[in-house]
Design a binder for this molecule. Structure first.
Ligand code: ASP
Length: 652
């Protein structure tokens, strides 16, 4: 049960108590080798001599004092004690002279916290437990102290006991006692430690804290607002330290990093939290390749050694290629099923909706091939795929089943000419029992739809036992050459920054800024891991005039809000660039946790609430007075409307 934890501490062997020359196991070998650091002393300064999880046969005969929680008790003879490091079996003394020790250990409710002292002895032959790392030994107790008793728990502290996420979040401090949460948070801490070491000790970066009370800034995500005592004036919580890190470059602190807390009032999404953590980095005199090599080295160095090693350099793909082949800017490259353009083959098609699409200026026909789809996809799956396409993309999707001897079975089979069939087989490399999903329409829309269906079908195939994405595989990818601007969704005539407004244009596209800004590529790069964006950054604009032009003329932003930055760029700002890695998402993928909430000690619920303390909470009107603000309570109909816009999601 503690196998993950023991893997984390593998190699932490102590031949004799208090030996200082301890060597971390493979988990942190790179750390040890790189700096020759001593491993941490896990029992210094406290009331125990050892951790429960570290005891082995090599400790036989030693007198130890342990502190931990009571995990099990059997027949009032055995007790299993747990701490963060593992479990150990304790023998409850049965003789009269130890009646008081027996009383403490037998009467303390489960999960009470106790201190026991005694001798490490070997288990009687045949009673060893090979499943337990401490299974060869047990503790013959001499004294025991009840440190604190435990009331009846809302759930058992055992990972296999099912509990809703809402309950886990409500009693987070209990949930944290579980093996999985302990592993996740300790692995996160070790990765951050190694990142700090790599950045500061090996590459001279400076760890600098930047303010969290800032002001509203244009572009980007919605910010949380903080009232101030000055009437009508508000701070904002920064969505990232972007401006500060650029200003640090102007200030000559030319290699900055920070484990930075960022805040975005963006509503709930499964892989987002209103507050989250980034490894935020900025460097002067750097180009895109320099940042990429730094990040590859950083991840390689901090990667847990119980995982397959990170292979560098990471492959790279342009945004245009990612969209065309995977229908997204964050392709999951662990499996194929790529999108293929088959427009040319269907120029003379008789199928109405294909003909229609091709007659339009940007019309294309695209397809993906689902290996053995015929075997694994049910009729109702195909129907729900077609419904999804119609509901969300207003697109038709045509399924084609490839039968033996290359006969096509499709609603339009009779319209597919032999050469088209053969062409599809060639381009999509289809084999017997594969299913081809075909759609037609404008390039981006058709690709986005097939990109979604590709992932959907991968989930369906995996749910039916096909292994498409090896869980041990970490597939990193740089996505580069993004457009500098995207048309705004709500008003496509206007442009918004694809990354943020401080991103520099691609040097070979600068001339287009003044004529066709929508065609300008940027020096923005994203890092993708297994289909999730785990980082993004750019080379920045360091020329005040260019920055002013982009803000005021292209993006139509209020430049006054950024006058401090524009001014700073004018005072000899060095060329600079940076990146931010999303620590929560990265740790989530590394640990294989189902949600980023599982790698954050005290996360918010799906609706942005802290279910343990009930934040956000109301404040009495008199406490709002100093801020010169008043709550304008929504009317019943407004409340109803907002609950329709944000349908109630279980608080998890
Ligand atoms: N501040 C950016 C972000 O949070 C990252 C960067 O450009 O360095 O996405």
């Amino acid at each position: 049960m503690f196998c993950w934890l023991s893997r984390l501490f593998r190699g932490l062997s102590r031949p004799t108590r208090r030996t200082t020359q301890l060597i971390w196991g493979s988990f942190s070998r790179s750390l040890v080798l790189s700096s020759q650091r001593r491993i941490p002393e896990l029992s210094s300064f406290v009331a125990r001599t050892n951790t429960c999880g570290e005891l082995r046969s090599s400790y036989l005969g030693q007198e130890v004092t342990l502190c931990g929680w009571i995990q099990y008790r059997r027949q009032n003879i055995f007790l299993v004690l747990r701490d963060f490091h593992g479990l150990v079996q304790v023998i409850i003394p049965q003789d009269e002279s130890a009646a008081s020790v027996k009383k403490i250990l037998c009467e303390a409710p489960m999960e009470s916290v106790v201190q026991v002292s005694g001798t490490v002895i070997s288990r009687p032959p045949g009673q060893e437990n090979p499943k337990m790392p401490t299974g060869e030994i047990e503790i013959k107790v001499k004294t025991a102290k009840l440190l604190n008793s435990c009331k009846k728990l809302p759930f058992e502290i055992k990972d296999f006991v099912k509990k809703t996420e809402a309950l886990r979040l409500r009693y987070r401090y209990l949930d944290l006692r579980g093996v999985q949460m302990q592993y996740n948070l300790r692995l996160r801490s070790q990765m951050v430690m190694k990142m700090r070491e790599y950045l500061c000790n090996l590459h001279g970066f400076v760890d600098i804290e930047t303010p969290t009370l800032f002001k509203r800034t244009p572009g980007g995500a919605k910010e949380f607002v903080i009232p101030s005592r000055e009437p009508g004036k508000f701070y904002s919580l920064p969505q990232s330290p972007q401006q500060f890190k650029q200003l640090l470059m102007v200030g000559g602190l030319d290699r900055y990093f920070q484990v930075a807390r960022c805040y975005r009032d963006e509503g709930s999404r499964p892989d987002r939290q209103p507050e989250f953590t980034q490894i935020d980095i900025e460097m002067s005199f750097v180009e895109q390749t320099g940042i990429q090599s730094l990040i590859e080295g950083l991840l390689q160095y901090s990667w847990p050694s119980d995982k397959d090693p990170v292979v560098v350099p990471f492959p790279s793909m342009t945004f245009a290629e990612a969209l065309a082949s995977y229908g997204t800017d964050k392709p999951d490259t662990r499996f194929g099923m790529k999108i293929v353009d088959i427009s040319d083959m269907f120029r003379n098609t008789k199928v109405g909706f294909l003909q229609d699409a091709l007659s339009k200026p940007q019309g294309t026909i695209k397809a993906i091939c689902i290996p053995e789809g015929e075997k694994y996809l049910k009729r109702k799956d195909i129907e729900s795929i077609r419904k999804f396409a119609a509901d969300h993309f207003n697109q038709e999707v045509l399924p084609i089943f490839l039968k033996t001897s290359n006969n096509w079975n499709s609603p339009v089979a009779k319209f597919i000419m032999e050469e088209q069939g053969l062409g599809l087989i060639r381009l999509l490399e289809t084999q017997e029992e594969d299913v081809v999903l075909l759609t037609a329409g404008e390039h981006k829309k058709a690709c986005s739809l097939l990109g979604k269906l590709r992932l959907e079908c991968a989930d369906l195939l995996e749910a039916r036992g096909v292994v498409l994405r090896d869980p041990a595989l970490f597939s990193f990818l740089w996505v580069v050459d993004f457009p500098l601007f995207f048309p705004k969704e709500e008003n496509p005539e206007e442009l918004e920054a694809a990354h943020h407004p401080f991103t520099a244009p691609h040097p070979s596209d600068i001339h287009l800024l003044y004529t066709e800004p929508q065609k300008v590529r940027s020096q923005h790069y994203d890092l993708v891991l297994n289909g999730s964006e785990i980082g993004g950054g750019s080379i920045r604009i360091h020329d005040a005039e260019l920055q002013h032009y982009i803000l005021a003329t292209v993006l139509k932003e209020d430049v006054k809000l950024l006058s401090h930055l524009l001014q700073a760029l004018d005072y000899g700002a060095p060329p600079h660039g940076g990146i931010a890695i999303g620590l929560d998402r990265l740790t989530c993928l590394v640990t294989g946790a189902p949600s980023i909430r599982d790698v954050i000690a005290f996360p918010k619920s799906f609706q942005g609430h802290d279910l343990m303390s009930n934040a956000p909470d109301s404040i009495p009107p008199e406490e709002l007075k100093p801020y010169h603000i008043q709550v304008s309570w929504p009317t019943d109909s407004e409340t109803e409307k907002s609950s329709l816009n944000h349908p109630c999601h279980p608080e998890s």
